[in-house]
Design a protein around this ligand. Structure first.
Ligand SMILES: Cc1ncc(COP(=O)(O)O)c(C=O)c1O
Length: 462
């Protein structure tokens, strides 16, 4: 028997079948001619075990920042099981008990918003938001068409074609165009690489002011919404300065442009508050969420809107087209909402937002000490969400090469710690390691993660 309870024979057979049949996400399969695929088998807390019985401390919450409450939560599995036995499914044209209860929970967490539309993935939640924006303005105005969506450079909003059209990461988009008409990019808000070559606080937050010029150039009567990640995730862990969102909001209100806040990564405690935008003085019209909602025990996402938005869809039933004509077969299915209710109960009862904030501050403090290494250009983050940007030269900020970054990541993995990185996102800027351990992480977990990173950096620096 192997360490994971599988017969050695079946380990080899499964690894072969992985190579023979499975197409992995975001992977060049040629590597499997020389390397074995990674097959994960079980987890508890932050610890994962692979098919060969090797243990890892997962500092990524499942690779893509979603297992917020950690692995091995029997109470979530039990809640899903009980619901599936009672009733697995009926379409979202009807309510079901966990879905009603979780919608009420979401609105209790976001009391300025009023209605929750469920779907299955972050991409889909953003697609719904774009459709809602277009139809909202078409219901509201007959004499103008506010259909354009403005998105920010370096932000990611999903893999489906409209969500990818709204993504400011060139490497994600490469080879998949043409993209949809009506999606336009505005500058990012990363002070370390200021898009307008200014230095905070000596600037006037020109990166935010650029939005106004863009709306004017596109024509205010054609712009329906902007979409932003409160803290950019895959584009390099970027929290804008505090003045940024109030300025964006002011510009949006001036031109009646809705603000969509993509909380797919930041939502449900990742940044030390339940939602990432709560760090800022901003009041979005629509909020999308996924990943940490059900801690990835089940797939679930939502597009949550203000009643002002929803009310425009309340029309005479005789008008066959004047309601939101969208359906998602699995969106808000009962088992996923049961998982989300239990995951959110755990986040609240175990004070995991607080833990994310406190242990996250400790993490950031430890990472800042790594700036003693000249290749550490910038360290940034909020809560249990942090990034380390590596450069060849601190003055020029020339990013390290991808193979060099990979050698650091391998050095970390060799010590049994899994970290993430900017991956196929921005040309030349795949030089950032990111960390997002489960929100139950302790200082001891952080010490182990940081020591592994320190050792790996020391190795490549010697
Ligand atoms: C900010 C953000 N929005 C949307 C998505 C898309 O979510 P999904 O992969 O569930 O479609 C992601 C995925 O990583 C994301 O990081």
């Amino acid at each position: 028997m192997s360490h994971t309870g599988l017969m050695q024979e079946s380990v080899e057979a499964l690894l072969k079948q992985d190579r023979d049949y499975l197409w992995h996400h975001l992977t060049q399969h040629k590597v499997f001619q020389t390397n074995e695929p990674l097959v994960m088998v079980e987890g508890q807390g932050l610890i994962l075990k692979d098919i060969r019985g090797r243990e890892y401390l997962d500092a990524t919450s499942g690779g893509v920042w979603c297992v917020n409450v950690g692995y091995g939560r029997d109470s979530i599995a039990d809640a899903v099981c009980a619901q599936l036995k009672k009733m697995p499914y009926y379409a979202g044209t009807a309510g079901n008990i966990p879905t009603i209860q979780f919608a009420r929970k979401v609105i209790s967490l976001l009391p300025r918003l009023g209605k929750v539309f469920f779907s299955n993935s972050g991409s889909e939640a953003n697609e719904k938001a774009f459709k809602m924006v277009r139809q909202y303005f078409r219901l509201k105005y007959k004499d103008k068409d506010k259909y354009k969506i403005l998105y920010r450079n370096r932000d990611y909003h999903g893999t489906t074609l409209a969500a990818l059209s709204a993504t400011g990461q060139q490497e994600r988009k490469e080879s998949y165009g043409p993209f949809l008409e009506g999606f336009v990019e505005f500058p990012h808000a990363c002070c370390y690489r200021c898009p307008v070559a200014k230095t905070y606080p000596g600037c006037s937050i020109e990166c935010a002011l650029a939005l106004e010029a863009m709306i004017q150039r596109e024509g205010p009567d054609t712009v329906g919404a902007i979409i932003v990640e409160p803290i950019t995730a895959g584009g390099g862990i970027i929290a804008p300065v505090k003045e940024y969102y109030p300025l964006l909001q002011k510009i949006c209100r001036k031109y009646e442009v809705l603000m969509i806040m993509d909380e797919v990564v930041c939502g449900f405690g990742r940044t030390g508050k339940m939602f990432g935008y709560e760090h800022f003085d901003v009041d979005p019209d629509m909020v999308t969420m996924a990943k940490g909602m059900a801690s990835a025990y089940m797939p679930l996402s939502a597009t949550v809107v203000k009643n002002d938005v929803f009310d425009v869809f309340l029309n005479d039933p005789a008008d066959k087209m004047a309601y939101f004509r969208d359906i998602s077969t699995y969106g808000g299915c009962a088992g996923a909402c049961a998982a989300a209710l239990e995951s959110t109960r755990i986040i609240e009862e175990e004070h995991l937002c607080e833990n994310s904030r406190v242990v996250g501050d400790y993490l950031l403090g430890c990472l800042k000490e790594l700036r003693a290494f000249p290749i550490v250009g910038d360290v940034r983050g909020r809560g249990l969400f942090a990034g380390i940007e590596f450069v060849e030269d601190r003055k020029t900020k020339q990013p390290v090469s991808e193979p060099f970054l990979m050698s650091i990541i391998k050095g970390i993995a060799d010590q049994g710690v899994l970290v993430g990185r900017t991956n196929r996102s921005l040309p030349g800027l795949n030089n950032i390691i990111n960390l997002a351990p489960a929100l139950v992480a302790t200082r001891a977990d952080i010490d182990r993660i940081v020591l592994a990173i320190r050792n790996a950096i020391a190795k490549v620096s010697s």
